[in-house]
Write a protein that binds this ligand. Structure first.
Ligand code: PLP
Length: 381
């Protein structure tokens, strides 16, 4: 084992069968899906097919699915496009959970600079938004509520159905970022009752740089990227045909194997915790009801940067939180929102498991973690 990858929440490897389905659209079927000739039509057929299949899997209509360049763009679009449309109805208040991904938070900060007012919902000690706090924050000016389905740092799963219902009763749009939930939870947009929902293919063994936004029919949304008439005039830009084909194929494949994969991952997580159980001063940040694939652990008295550096030297890849922020030294705002203090946050590490993770890797990682933690604490193992 020269490298053990335990950072599946950051990204996953492209599934080989998915790659096979994408390959023809790089070369022999290279057409521009908007060209009105046979080569273009062949590309458009592939895009239509990808859209139809993804829509069916989400219990949506094909006309409710928009392809994007990834989760970040889908989040930006859902929040900004939704907010601008609501402003025309006189609604300029936005509610977001405090633990949203940077793509959502930065969108809200931009809207705030433009005159929108923003309320951030707190989370409890398990990292979960409570319905009561949303009820208290809603006003007649609230145009949009955004709460992610599962958090990328702790795996905490949010009560989306209940929150969406509250927003709907208030006449506000409800957006959920389902980027982390998608690999592990079956998504049915109708049953969830959401207005918009974002996905990113690279979290479920699809290609990077492609995502999707579901927009319920009838919901008013402003376009996001101006240019051509692609994506029904709301998102300009030549369609990335191989990526869209890959997104849809990866989503369908994960639907097929999800329960089996979840069971396997649940067992690996339990094994990891068991193997670490004779190490003192280890706590789980988050709750048991979260995604089994994400395990956020605090190692008392050990700086996460030191632990991660030492693990990396031994070939183990884990992370201090979201990949986009881990190059910086800022403490995780998700863990701070859960009530950890800065020192505790700096002792926290995220391990995330995936379908290629093995028991052997888990045992070996646990052994090394114990050795490194004890060394850093200056104790004997
Ligand atoms: N939302 C969540 C919850 C994520 O975890 C990520 C990626 O880490 C994103 C959005 C952004 O997705 P992408 O990497 O496709 O831009």
């Amino acid at each position: 084992m020269d490298r053990i990858y335990l950072d599946y929440a950051a990204t996953t490897p492209l599934d080989k069968e998915v790659l096979e389905k994408m390959l023809p659209y790089f070369s022999e079927n290279f057409g521009n899906a908007d060209s009105p000739h046979a080569v273009g039509r062949a590309a458009m057929n592939a895009v239509d097919d990808a859209r139809d299949r993804l829509a069916a899997a989400l219990n949506a209509k094909p006309s409710e699915i928009y392809f994007t360049s990834g989760g970040t763009e889908a989040d930006n679009w859902a929040i900004q496009g939704g907010a601008y449309a609501q402003k025309e109805l006189g609604k300029t208040h936005i509610i977001l959970s405090a633990i949203e991904h940077h793509a959502a938070l930065a969108s809200a900060e931009k809207l705030e600079r433009e005159g929108f007012s923003i309320t951030y919902l707190p989370v409890n000690g398990q990292g979960v938004v409570e319905a009561e706090s949303l009820r208290a924050a809603l006003t007649e000016k609230t145009g949009l509520v955004a709460v992610m389905y599962a958090n990328n740092e702790t795996g905490a799963v949010q009560p989306i159905k209940e929150l969406a219902e509250l927003a709907r009763a208030n006449g506000s749009l409800f957006f959920t970022d389902a980027v982390q939930a998608a690999p592990y939870i079956p998504l049915d947009v109708k049953a969830l009752g959401v207005d918009t929902l974002s996905l990113s293919a690279h979290k479920f063994y699809g290609p990077k740089g492609v995502g999707a936004l579901y927009v319920k029919s009838g919901v008013k949304m402003k376009g996001y990227i101006v240019g051509g008439e692609q994506e029904r005039g709301l998102r300009g830009g030549t369609t990335n045909v191989p990526a869209v084909v890959g997104l849809s194929a990866a989503y369908l494949k994960k639907e097929g194997g999800m329960y089996e994969a979840n069971e396997k991952i649940r067992a690996l997580r339990a094994l990891f915790l068991h193997e670490l159980s004779n190490l003192d001063g280890v706590t789980v940040n988050g709750d048991e009801k979260g995604l089994p694939a994400v395990l956020n652990l605090r190692f008392e008295g050990v700086r996460n940067v030191d632990l991660l550096y030492n693990l990396d030297l031994q070939g183990i890849c884990a992370s201090a939180g979201s990949a986009c922020a881990s190059a910086s030294i800022k403490p995780s705002r998700v863990l701070l929102a859960m009530g950890l203090n800065e020192g505790e946050v700096r002792e926290s590490v995220r391990f995330s498991f995936g379908k290629l993770t093995t028991e052997e890797e888990i045992r070996w990682t646990a052994k090394l973690v114990k050795e490194v933690v004890c060394r850093l604490r200056g104790q004997k193992k």
